[in-house]
Design a protein around this ligand. Sequence first.
Ligand SMILES: [Zn+2]
Length: 178
Amino acid sequence: MRKKAYVIQFGGLKVGSHSFEMEVNDEFFEDLDYSEITKADVKAEIEVLKQNNVLTLHFHLTGTVETICDRCGIESSLPIDITEKLVVKHGDVKESTEDIVVLPHGENEVDVSHFLYEFITIAVPPKRIPCEEDDAIECDYDALAKLDSIGTEEEREDSSEDINPIWKDLKKLKFKEN
Ligand SMILES: [Zn+2]
């Protein structure tokens, strides 16, 4: 995947500082099937400092990422504020590291979409239970109870044992007390 909006053409840039602005939104994540994040509203400001042989990129990402509560499935917005630095230079591509991009000689553009993806993914905690962190939002206990009963039924598929409806109701009560 190569999206023009995320490619910085630096060949024609003068030595000095240049500003770029990019949007990281739902569309950005649409093509990334492997992405756990699918919705975002993030502004990426990139300050590009061009020196003779080196390009230094300072990223500032602000906005929100939609996360889904791991427990009940409710969506909520997680604010992010990320600053990152990336150095771009020419040379042996194999010498690239996490924060140094080495491009083959003659290559005068750098696609930053992968880095934007990485910065955002790293900023969002892998185990997300936003309901718990935000007192204003409570887990959707009805959805939880449903999920739980589905899980229980699947687990018990092999046995002929029926789930006692009273037991289900007790489970719901238990969740409400949490
Ligand atoms: Zn929840």
